[in-house]
Design a protein around this ligand. Structure first.
Ligand code: SAM
Length: 463
């Protein structure tokens, strides 16, 4: 708790705050497939009796469920993530001071600028289909000022050509806008529509190509997204202006959870004001072959930060090693934490190594399964060590994870193993593992994965 705040415990009024802001579903501005439900936060805030004098951290903030919900509850929070797309989302969704009139005016100008260009792109497509058709319209639009070549890291066939051209025009025009918070919101709207409504992809939860139309009304899709953001923001600001509600402070930062301390000490005003974290509520990656950089591939490309393989590798290396597509020769999280000295991890890795040997597997992604397990748990141990230094005594962590059997059906009791690492190697006290009815994770076959919440606390020294 910050020392300059009232020491009187403030009872949370979060239920009424959430109810007031219920129909401003800011979460929907942009939410990826791995996001959890805001109920995790509201229920845990209740259960832990978190007050408005506490500071919450989500070190794997994703598209910002924890930080948005904490803000609605009136609880200060910090969110960190390694994905620039998620950080943009988290920042925009919790910046409720944007001048909405400026946003609206800029959005309208942008929509007016791109409209004739989009029409031209659609009509050119029609002309190609019907080269001698009478419908061929001559418009006074110069497409040559736009670079319409396919960005290198756009997965093949995710975007039909005309749609891709419209999105490239949109990106070009967004890049011309002034560099401020209203533009950041417009940028978020642009990247959000890519996986949601523009690309021919589905998520199960990994992205896959689906069949779809050759062209889409990108203008209408984008315009609807901008309207939704405007509506929500106006409602939030009206509620705050009416004096009904004081939103909490929020910071969302780019940081690797394994080296979090430096970022918080150097960049976080909230962390320095409070002097420590009271509660951690989060859903970290787990070894299940989810590739976050692929799920957000279009967003990262359209943000202009993922242009080639080098960029991709740089982003992947910052991720915890939770899938075989981001394992690298110089990875050493397993080795530097002596992770195999944990019996359960050693048993899992040994079982996998045995399968590799028996089946004579020397190529393909299967050969990396044991490495993922070592590097993943090694990385999580490093994260817990870092966290221990940042948390206040008595503070609690709640980690939503799912058990896994993605690798040759070898069972990985993720929650239990993480609990052992947190307690035996780092010094936290495990309070328990609760079952949580999953609202978001699926096996890819439509089944819900059982999820659990690992709860631990940092003991009082001398206690
Ligand atoms: C399961 S998702 C979190 C979803 C989030 N609870 C939500 O509601 O959107 C896990 C997140 O961890 C992030 N991540 C992976 N490795 C990380 C690391 N080393 N440090 C910080 N974040 C990381 C991914 O980018 C992803 O956003």
């Amino acid at each position: 708790m910050p020392c300059d705040r009232t020491t009187e415990e403030v009872t949370l009024e979060h239920k009424s705050n959430v109810a007031r802001l219920d129909d401003t579903d800011i979460h929907d501005w942009y939410r990826f497939v791995f996001a959890y439900s805001d109920r995790v936060i509201t229920e845990l805030a209740d259960e832990f009796s978190i007050t408005q004098n506490d500071l919450i951290l989500d070190p794997f903030n994703g598209t910002g469920t924890t930080t948005v919900t904490a803000k609605k509850l009136g609880i200060d929070s910090i969110g960190t993530d390694v994905s620039p797309a998620s950080v943009l989302a988290g920042q925009c969704k919790t910046d409720w001071n944007v001048d909405v009139d400026v946003f609206r005016e800029r959005a309208d100008e942008l929509l007016a600028t791109v409209k004739p260009v989009f029409d031209e792109i659609s009509s050119e497509g029609n002309q190609i289909l019907d080269a001698f058709g009478e419908d061929a319209v001559q418009r006074d639009v110069d497409l040559s000022k736009y670079d319409l070549s396919e960005p290198e890291k756009t997965p093949k066939d995710w975007l039909p050509e005309e749609v891709m051209h419209k999105m490239l025009v949109l990106r070009h025009e967004v890049e011309q806008l002034p560099d401020d918070d209203a533009t950041e919101l417009i940028r978020l709207a642009m990247i959000a529509i890519l996986p949601e409504d523009v690309a021919n992809i589905g998520f199960g939860p990994e992205p896959y190509k689906v069949s779809g139309p050759d062209d889409r009304d990108v203008h209408a899709i984008f315009s609807n997204k901008l309207d939704k953001i405007e509506r929500d923001l106006r409602r939030v600001q009206d509620t705050v202006d009416d004096g009904e509600f004081v939103p909490a402070d929020t910071e969302v930062l780019l940081a690797d959870a394994r080296t979090l301390g430096k970022t918080l000490r150097d960049e976080s005003e909230l962390f320095n004001e409070y002097g420590g974290i009271d509660y951690v509520i989060t859903s970290p990656p787990y070894p299940a072959e989810h590739d976050y950089t692929r799920a957000q591939r279009l967003e990262l490309v359209w943000m202009g930060i993922l242009e080639d393989n080098q960029d991709l590798q740089k982003i992947k290396k910052q991720n915890l090693r939770s899938n075989t597509k981001n394992i690298y020769v110089d990875d050493d999280d397993g080795e530097r934490t002596n992770i195999r000295e944990n019996d359960r991890i050693d048993a899992i890795v040994s079982e996998m190594e045995q399968i590799l040997k028996e089946e004579d597997i020397t190529h393909g992604f299967g050969q990396y399964y044991p490495r993922v397990v070592e590097e993943y748990f090694g990385g999580m141990q490093r994260h817990f060590e870092e966290l221990f230094e940042l948390m206040n005594e008595g503070g609690k962590g709640a980690y939503v994870v799912a058990d896994q059997a993605s690798y040759w059906q070898v069972e990985i009791a993720t929650g239990e193993i993480l609990g052992e690492l947190a307690q035996e190697r780092v010094g936290f006290e495990v309070e328990g593992i609760k079952h949580w009815r999953s609202l978001h994770a699926t096996t890819g076959k439509g089944e819900q994965l059982p999820e659990e919440i690992l709860v631990f606390r940092k003991p009082e020294s001398g206690g």
